[in-house]
Write a protein that binds this ligand. Sequence first.
Ligand code: RIB
Ligand code: CA
Length: 364
Amino acid sequence: MLQDGTVHVHEPDATPTRTRLIVDVDTGIDDALALLYLVASPDAEIAAALCTAGNVPVDQVTVNTLSWLEVCGRPDIEVAAGSQLPLVAPLMTTEDTHGPQGVGYAELPPPSRSRSARSAAEAWVELTREQPGELTGLVTGPLTNLALALRIDPDLPLRLHRLVIMGGCFHHPGNTTPTSEWNVAVDPEAAKVVFDAFSIVPPERRPIVCPLDVTESIEMYPEHVSRIAEIVGLAPSGELSPDAPRGTRSTAEAPLVRHITDALRFYMEFHRDQGIGFLAHVHDPFAAAVALGAVPYTTRPATVDVELDGRLTRGTTVADRSGMWKRAPNADIVAGTRPAEFFDHFVERVGSYIRDLNLPPSKN
Ligand code: RIB
Ligand code: CA
């Protein structure tokens, strides 16, 4: 059985429709950028932000997400905490990548409100039951919460309009083991539960998977932050210069620009220490833009499964593009994009939002 291995081309929607999202995060520097981008997007509405252990433990992810949404001017968005642990694996976190608190050098004000009374898994189930067919799921962290929700309600995939996952790598080196990507490697069992469960949805609603193959081409540089600051109306500063001392803090008067700069400096120093360069792979805001249909990308259908037992390959996502397993495709894997167009869109949208957020009330 040869599958339709056609490459599908997706161009930005000329008249964007409103996308109402459940966002599941492990905030995380690039998760924070994804949340800011969505809050800045007139065509996006966040129904809830659900927190998963990943970059840092789930309680820290939850505090980061509460604080970050408040700094972004959206303290109204529900934030629910998920499981402390993956389904089976011991918890693995990566403070060396995202900083001791998970937001680089940024020092966010403590949240003034509490997390939701319900768990992340309960929120997945209840929101999709209340709004069947209306919600797009965007997961930019490990898939633990969604897997737990699927255990409660196996029909959930049929009530989700679409699912977009930042995760996996297919014909590209891993960032956690030689063949596995972080979000899948933290909880491989959860990733397998999700890919298996979403095999029941019709082809036009297959999960869209944004793997490292493409997200590692989304390289954010200091100049992108400078362009955001310029739109906000701030004088250029050399604080994100690669030549500035390690740990240099921003003095930008706009809090969001200051926090973005401080978060990204840590992330860019990490990438430089890895020999990649003074840049940041911003995986999650790209996945968010795909969820909105706001950027160009191509996809190829495949049947995706996850290796659980390999001594060397546990957590590896495997894509069958030609029907060798005799199983129908269960994913549309993003195969390419135009990074410069993503950044033009991202910088303009985020910069404009911060500028208008910081306008004195008389100018609103
Ligand atoms: O592998 C990259 C992914 O892992 C990103 O979502 C990053 O935030 C981490 O969660
Ligand atoms: Ca993430």
